[in-house]
Design a protein around this ligand. Structure first.
Ligand SMILES: [Zn+2]
Length: 450
């Protein structure tokens, strides 16, 4: 690419026009052809180091008939160029390689069969792949970033050797930036996060963070708003993916919830706390239904009619059949099977005092049986309408000492708050997040101005 850069620096109008081309390959290939024509005409031996070539070349001096004769003497395998392409939605490996100028069965077979190189087949649209290719279409080298939402970001490279190809994965040098967004909810949470260009992975983290306090399926009100501060990961000016939510504030009706990520130094361990150092993690989720882009706008809580609580003894959540049901808290499965009017039901025991029941399921999660240990948020089954049920919904019971109770009226035990040195460190750290929340206060200014 150095040749290309030099050419660009010469400032020819023609080159600046080519610069707008997305295909770096065509620029370099063209540059090479020009170079060889010029040097051929001057009687210089072919195959010089392209990076050292002078760049004051003009096309006009060359007679066209010489072109094909000159090109015919060039060995296509001795010429190489660098290409760069973005993965498109619905791309196949074949289509991607073709755009990169690769016509190489051996390379394609290696990518499909090599355990490391296979990752190329799972790239997301938008990801850039760079390749060094001969004029004859042989792949010499390829590289890209591998970045799913959980694992560290890695560089994947494939290199041609004398005998075939080798693949290598190395940790990528990543630059972290902090993004801040705020938006008001007018129709749905996802409409608001989309409008504010908050990635889905960040929106879902926010839902998770406040899931003990807010039932996103039914508690959201028009005019609610959020502020979110999160990391984004970049490499060489290219957006790689979003990272962790560092802080979030959610205004739900008259209530405001704040969360700050606080971790142990040099470790990935940590959790979300309010501004006073109290853990946001509670023993039970507010809603056992999984909230997603698909179910948002569908699921809602059917509040038991006043006075009917004693007869009904539970909360009904309307949701489409198949919506995932999650364990409200850590526990052990006490029952999984059919039980009369409850239909397919799971009961989870949480410690000695609490249990939760989930009824009318279409089916239970695979492998779930009496004695299975479950974690809070783990999927235990799916919404259905088995038993005495008139339509797909989840009947959820929260039981204290085996008696169904209204979970909203029960004070459940909470995780211990930060204390001592930890709390002091937390307070120093939290002030930077609090400052950022203030920076996002334009939202309040907008609302006040109405
Ligand atoms: Zn019910």
């Amino acid at each position: 690419m150095r040749l290309k850069d030099k050419l660009l620096d010469t400032g020819f109008a023609a080159w600046s026009a080519m610069r707008s081309s997305r295909k770096a390959r065509s620029v370099s290939a063209y540059a090479l052809v020009l170079s060889f024509i010029a040097f051929g005409a001057a009687g210089v031996a072919p195959a010089p180091d392209v990076s050292n070539l002078p760049v004051t070349l003009t096309v006009e001096e060359l007679a066209l008939p010489d072109l094909s004769a000159q090109l015919a003497t060039l060995n296509p395998e001795s010429q190489q160029f660098t290409a760069e392409e973005r993965v498109r939605s619905g791309d196949s490996l074949g289509a991607l390689l073709e755009r990169l100028g690769v016509n190489d069965v051996q390379a394609a077979n290696f990518i499909k069969s090599d355990e490391v190189a296979k990752a190329l087949l799972r790239l997301r649209p938008g990801r850039t792949v760079r390749a060094t290719v001969t004029s004859g279409g042989k792949l010499l080298a390829a590289s890209t970033l591998i970045a799913d939402n959980k694992s560290p970001v890695k560089n994947l490279s494939i290199t041609r050797t004398d005998t075939g190809f080798v693949s290598q994965e190395t940790e990528a040098a990543i630059e972290r930036r902090t993004e801040m967004r705020t938006a008001e909810i007018r129709s749905s949470l996802f409409a608001a996060t989309d409008a504010a260009q908050v990635p889905d992975a960040v929106a879902m983290q926010m839902v998770e963070i406040f899931s003990s306090d807010i039932d996103f399926g039914s508690d959201l009100r028009r005019g609610d708003y959020f502020k979110v501060i999160y990391e984004t990961l970049w490499q060489g000016g290219e957006f790689v993916r979003s990272g962790r939510v560092l802080g979030a504030e959610f205004h739900n009706g008259s209530k405001t919830f704040q969360a700050v990520w606080y971790g142990q130094p040099d470790s990935d361990e940590g959790g979300y706390y309010d501004m006073n150092g109290k853990s946001l993690k509670k023993a039970f989720l507010k809603s056992p239904l999984e909230f997603s882009r698909v179910t948002s706008g569908f699921s809602m809580r059917l509040h038991p009619i006043s006075g009917q609580w004693k007869q009904h003894k539970g909360i009904d959540f309307a949701a489409p059949t198949g919506t995932a049901i999650r364990a409200a808290g850590d526990g052990v499965v006490d029952f999984s099977g059919v039980q009369g009017g409850y239909g397919n039901m799971v009961v989870i025991q949480h410690g000695s005092n609490y249990s939760t029941a989930y009824a009318h399921m279409s089916h239970m999660a695979a492998g779930l049986r009496r004695g299975s240990k479950v974690k809070q948020g783990e999927v235990i089954g799916y919404v259905g309408t088995t038993g005495w049920s008139t339509g797909p919904h989840l009947h959820y019971e929260f039981r204290v000492a085996n008696e169904a109770r209204n979970p909203d009226s029960i004070a459940v035990p909470e995780a211990p708050a930060l204390a001592g040195m930890d709390l002091q460190r937390f307070h120093r750290y939290v002030s930077t997040i609090a400052h950022r929340f203030v920076l996002l206060n334009t939202k309040e200014i907008q609302i006040a101005a109405r």
